[in-house]
Write a protein that binds this ligand. Structure first.
Ligand SMILES: CC(C)(COP(=O)(O)OP(=O)(O)OC[C@H]1O[C@@H](n2cnc3c(N)ncnc32)[C@H](O)[C@@H]1OP(=O)(O)O)[C@@H](O)C(=O)NCCC(=O)NCCS
Length: 185
């Protein structure tokens, strides 16, 4: 069951429903998806494990991304590592239903979550990590206004290659300068 917590033009963000564990398990066993997702690429995931994981994720600011028109689950996004003292957090996202890639859903879901993060959780700085071969991800983050802050050198192994991990961040005021036309304060 889904609830409209943050609503955009294409999708809305809902609290996680742990009954979706099977769908998530399907997506998180797809290497084309998990190649972009840190340790999930090299880990074993089944429905029981995913149910426990969803239970844990739903205790924090993690949300399901739901297509507004069809009410279909298409992915997940959330904040990791919220630091209330320093008002910082890291953001993460994946769209598991590949039919929804490149249609603006990822950008809108992140804008919704970030607007909520800046206003309701009182964040000041949001950071993320992205892998250098994930051009779609980087384009999406640049559109929102994320800026490159640095690279952790040779910290990612995929196949026989070693890559730098890219770090990006954005401040509250930069986000609203770029996205003010979409989400008025
Ligand atoms: C990364 C992800 C969240 C982006 O969401 P999305 O809905 O597909 O992205 P959007 O449609 O909002 O934006 C993608 C942009 O990248 C562009 N793009 C796609 N492939 C590209 C490529 N190879 N090179 C450059 N740009 C590319 C698209 O054209 C689009 O830009 P535009 O709106 O100016 O045309 C989603 O694709 C996803 O979940 N992928 C798998 C998991 C993942 O990578 N998660 C993020 C880990 S950091």
């Amino acid at each position: 069951m889904y609830f409209k917590k943050m609503t955009g033009q294409k999708c809305y963000l809902s609290p996680i429903d742990e009954n979706d564990a099977e769908k998530y398990t399907e997506w998180l066993n797809d290497l084309e998806i998990t190649v972009n997702l840190g340790p999930l690429y090299g880990s074993i995931l089944n429905v029981d494990k995913e149910k426990d994981l969803l239970k844990e994720l739903s205790k924090n600011h993690n949300y399901s991304i739901i297509d507004l028109e069809t009410n279909e689950l298409i992915g997940n996004c959330g904040f990791l590592e919220i630091d209330n003292l320093n008002q910082t957090a890291e953001i993460g996202i994946f769209i598991g239903n590949k039919n929804f890639w490149n249609k603006g859903y990822g950008t809108e879901a992140l804008v919704l979550l970030m607007d909520y993060g800046f206003k309701a959780i009182n964040l000041h700085n949001i950071t993320l990590r992205v892998f250098p071969f994930n051009e779609r991800g980087m384009k999406c983050y640049e559109k929102i206004g994320f800026k490159l802050i640095g690279k952790r050198r040779e910290s990612l192994k995929r196949g026989n290659k070693v890559y730098d991990i890219i770090y990006m961040d954005i401040l509250n005021k930069e986000f609203y300068e770029k996205n003010i036309d979409i989400y008025q304060q």
